[in-house]
Design a protein around this ligand. Structure first.
Ligand code: DI6
Ligand code: FE
Length: 416
């Protein structure tokens, strides 16, 4: 059976193709799961309509003049985990630092213990509501990192849970191996040996099982060094996998410059980065992924160098960083609000940061992130009068309709 041709008309399109790419009275034509044509309704090619008519009545959707954007992309999450760390948050409110708690065996290690003790099904069940919350805001593509298992079996369990969520929910899940998140107790005092184990054994094994799309590393004084991160990057290249890095979040170690020299997809956090990092990112085409929810929850004093990134011409993305320690939330719209108010992004930068640039941070720019012919027919119809409202509302979700792979998603049937 031929894929259904659908016409979505009477819309204000923010194509996010180049800048916002606004088309006032626009239309989209989709065939199956792909966009076939985008443009002004007046320019709709008669041949397309005729071919739809030849295959039966074309399915026509009048969007009533509503704003339409590409499906949102959350390009940095640790969404699969068990338990939570509200107790640690209470301690941080009383003045204990994130790094102090981590050094005392809490932090990531506390979630590691919860994840090791959870079955794959429990991980799926606990993570589903977070994923549903993101999806209800119009997120149609989501990255999920491992990094709370820290054994081969437990990392594999997290990654399988993430893949499972991608099959059960109507969105695309990309998985990233973050075994180098923190040093597990089995390797205390032997960080190089741990990195070696990941590089030689875990990474090739998980890649062979088809469980990973990219490799990430937490490069930080409380985690792994630049040299250790580079060792992993070399192993990732040997397995044909792209790389990304958590860098300059709490201190400046130089991870960004190294990652850019390896052509990393993205460098994430970047609060302690500056002009040289911005220039290096722009040169290598590596996306700067900004995570304002973590900045907010850690009460971080230093902001990422947005002016320098902008001046250098580096692409900036925004993501939720959904995780139980530094960013306990599942709202990409909130990340957009915080990205504008706290980091100084414009409304346009915030929207491009969760569409076009977020797609690039996942190596998916050829397939998603803008309303362009050939790309996935993933888009969101919004109850807004102006597209700037997407980074304006706080705790209010103006999503009207989500179309994923050319199909309208029905709410509240989002529970798996
Ligand atoms: N940086 C972060 O903000 C998260 N991971 C990372 O490398 C925090 C993860 C956690 O605290 O559980
Ligand atoms: Fe993170």
């Amino acid at each position: 059976m031929a894929a259904t041709l659908k016409l979505w008309r009477n819309a204000q399109l923010a194509t996010c193709d180049a800048a916002l790419g606004v088309i006032g009275r626009g239309a989209l034509v989709t065939r199956g799961g792909r966009i076939e044509w985008v443009g002004s309704e007046a320019a709709l090619p008669a041949s397309l309509i005729a071919s739809a008519a030849a295959g039966g009545a074309p399915e026509e959707h009048d969007l009533g003049g509503a704003w339409v954007t590409p499906g949102l992309i959350d390009c940095h999450t640790h969404l699969v985990f068990a338990g939570n760390r509200a107790g640690e948050y209470a301690e941080r409110l009383r003045g204990r630092s994130y790094a102090e708690i981590a050094r005392a065996g809490g932090g990531i290690l506390s979630t590691m213990r919860a994840v090791r003790g959870a079955s794959e099904q429990q991980l799926i069940d606990e993570s589903s509501p977070r994923l549903a919350a993101l999806a209800s805001e119009g997120v149609t593509t989501l990255e999920v990192k491992s990094g709370y298992g820290l054994t081969l079996a437990d990392e594999a369990k997290m990654l399988r849970a993430a893949r499972h969520l991608g099959r059960r929910f109507p969105l695309t899940v990309r998985t990233t191996l973050l075994a180098a998140h923190t040093l597990p107790p089995e390797y205390q005092g032997r960080a190089d040996a741990y990195i070696d184990t990941i590089a030689r054994h875990w990474l090739p094994e998980l890649a062979a099982q088809g469980l990973i799309d990219a490799v990430d590393v937490f490069c930080e004084s409380i985690a792994f060094s630049v040299a250790q991160a580079e060792r992993l990057f070399e192993a990732a290249r040997a397995s044909g996998l792209p790389v990304k890095i958590h860098a300059e979040q709490l201190t400046n170690l130089g991870g960004t410059l190294m990652a850019a020299s390896h052509g990393a997809l993205s460098c994430d956090h970047l609060e302690y980065a500056d002009g040289p990092e911005a220039a290096a990112l722009a040169r290598s085409g590596t996306v700067a992924v900004l995570l304002p929810v973590a900045f907010y929850c850690l009460a971080e004093g230093r902001k990422p160098p947005v002016a320098a990134l902008r001046a250098a011409g580096a692409a900036m993305a925004l993501a939720s960083d959904c995780n139980p320690g530094s960013a306990p939330g599942a709202s990409l719209l909130l990340a957009m609000s915080m990205g504008t108010r706290l980091f100084g992004l414009t409304a346009e930068e915030a929207l491009l940061g969760v569409t076009r640039h977020a797609a690039r941070a996942l190596g998916l720019e050829a397939e998603r992130g803008s309303l362009s012919p050939g790309k996935a027919a993933d888009f969101v119809v919004w109850n807004v009068r102006a597209v700037e409202e997407l980074s304006y509302w706080i705790g209010f979700n103006p999503r009207r309709t989500v179309v994923r792979a050319g199909e309208v998603l029905r709410w509240p049937n989002m529970t798996p």
